[in-house]
Ligand binder design. Structure first.
Ligand SMILES: [Zn+2]
Ligand SMILES: [Zn+2]
Length: 237
């Protein structure tokens, strides 16, 4: 019945109305407008390197400010159709996008995968979780863990609810208050001790949040941390 259904109803492109032959894919136009990162990513942050690059090379940013994590990969640059994919996924209740995006992310992260790796999402800021019903990073992380058959720990990095009101604070103070709260409890630390952790997020801009999360894992005794994101914001791009 399922095969028959596929024959009768063509699938729709993930980001436009175009009908396509494969389910959960992009039409050729949307595909070519999505800046997938294919060659020579920076080993630490996943952005594409310009010019002649060797495997393991770092971008200028990562060379100037070494990351606390080891290696990083990104599926695409945050521009063109990639922006539309991320925004629909984030704000449009298009949780179905996690299926395809998760496959892309699992492929991009493949070089980082080691046995017994622990997969965890970057937690949503608590004040955002109030407005949204899901954490898009967690949906992606669950897919990546399933595809690579690794342990998925959705609540590894929890942000505790605010213990004091943020009213009257400047934006900067709010950020610091919330940022400083990423810790692993003893019970959760046991899950990462002596293991490598792969942190998953939807978008990496400066990498500040990933830095806090990676540091929290290392402080808890993780052997090392790698990161994989759906989209990388490239300031030069
Ligand atoms: Zn399309
Ligand atoms: Zn880099």
């Amino acid at each position: 019945m399922q095969r028959l259904g596929k024959l009768i109803y063509p699938a729709q492109c993930l980001t436009c109305d175009e009908m396509i032959e494969v389910t959960r894919g992009l039409c050729p136009t949307c595909w070519s407008d999505t800046p997938f990162i294919v060659d020579h990513p920076c080993e630490a942050c996943g952005r594409p390197l310009i010019g002649e690059a060797q495997e393991g090379d770092l971008c200028d940013d990562c060379r100037a400010h070494p990351r606390v994590w080891d290696r990083g990969r990104a599926v695409m640059l945050y521009s063109g159709n990639a922006r539309s994919i991320v925004l629909r996924f984030k704000h449009g209740d298009r949780t179905d996008l996690a299926y395809s995006a998760g496959v892309w992310l699992a492929n991009a992260a493949a070089p980082l995968i080691v046995p017994e790796m622990v997969i965890a999402p970057v937690p949503l800021h608590w004040f955002r979780l109030l407005r949204r019903r899901y954490n898009q990073a967690a949906l992606l992380a669950a897919r990546v863990a399933k595809i690579h058959k690794l342990t998925y720990v959705p609540g590894l990095l929890k942000r505790p609810s605010a213990t004091r009101t943020l009213d009257g604070m400047t934006a900067e103070q709010r950020r610091e208050t919330v940022a400083g709260s990423i810790r692993l409890t003893e019970k959760r630390a046991v899950k990462v001790q002596g293991k490598r952790v792969l942190l998953i997020d939807d978008v990496m801009t400066t990498g500040a949040t990933l830095t806090q999360c990676a540091q929290a894992c290392l402080d808890a005794g993780a052997q090392g941390v790698d990161v994989a994101v759906l989209a990388r914001v490239d300031r030069e791009g």
